[in-house]
Write a protein that binds this ligand. Structure first.
Ligand code: GLP
Length: 260
């Protein structure tokens, strides 16, 4: 696990975009794992800028969203399918038919989850997975207690997560209780995982998953077992890390050719 502490979300967005740009230029049909929430927005802004100004193309790329609410009608403004479209895929030239998300409206949720897993596999697996982290350490919507080997399935949200996400809805009563999410095992299959966390509200979660034990109570801690996990944090999110100085020293002295 590599921890990189950067001054602000602007630098975080640029560094993550560098990794995505290098991937897409090397492998135009790369499979991107797309996350919602506010943390990845600077990455999407930077990629959209590079698309407009530098001709960075996603024409052959594929995208798979991490998760989705269950029970929001198709086209609902806050459904993650719409958020991904609005914040990223509509702003670049990725083909709409190459962008996928778990189906939160399916009558047969189990069947839809299995089909989603199969679609990721058929596309060749995720090359680079963007992640945020919840205040309880969730990634995707893998709440505390999620099996570290889990696959795409239905989950029930913690009240804390519903409260955290209520800012996107007119009232907490509108935040669904159920979601479908890629499992921790699904996320672990991605070749490179880039997790972004900013602000002091994430400091405890970052401390727990980076430096605490690998345990289902803190789902993101499973990333300690990933061979290529990059954690991009600002100073506030890094404020509870014991080894912060070591991470800074390591990154400052890293050979430039290495990238993240
Ligand atoms: C939601 C999403 C997660 C995201 C988390 C944190 O719960 N399912 O993928 O990481 O929110 O969001 P934010 O980045 O807005 O703090």
């Amino acid at each position: 696990m590599e921890v990189v502490i950067l001054p602000s979300s602007k630098e975080i967005g640029a560094l993550a975009a560098d990794a995505i740009e290098a991937l897409v230029r090397r492998k135009p049909n790369a499979v991107l794992g797309l996350a919602t929430g506010s943390s990845p927005l600077p990455i999407y802004d930077e990629l959209a800028r590079r698309h407009d100004e530098d001709g960075l193309s996603f024409a052959e790329a594929h995208g798979f969203a991490l998760d989705e609410y269950v029970g929001l009608p198709l086209g609902h403004y806050e459904s993650y399918r719409e958020v991904i479209r609005r914040e990223f895929t509509n702003r670049v030239d990725i083909k709409p038919e190459n962008v996928h998300g778990p189906d939160g409206t399916a009558g047969d949720i189990l069947g839809a989850c299995a089909a989603y897993e199969a679609a990721i596999k058929a596309a060749g697996g995720v090359d680079l997975q963007i992640l945020g982290v919840g205040t309880d350490g969730h990634i995707g919507f893998n709440e505390p207690g999620s099996s570290l080997a889990s696959r795409t399935r239905i989950k029930t949200l913690l009240e804390q997560t519903r409260q955290d996400n209520a800012r996107f809805f007119s009232s907490i009563n509108d935040v669904p209780h159920h979601v479908v999410t890629q499992g921790l095992g699904t996320i672990m299959d991605a070749k490179h995982v880039v997790l972004v966390a900013t602000g002091v509200g994430k400091a405890a979660a970052v401390r727990d998953f980076v430096e605490g034990p690998v345990a289902a109570i803190c789902a993101a801690s499973v990333l300690q077992l990933h061979p290529h996990a990059t954690i991009l944090v600002d100073e506030a999110a890094a404020s509870e890390l014991k080894l912060a100085d070591y991470y800074r020293h390591t990154y400052t002295n890293k050979p430039a050719w290495q990238g993240i």
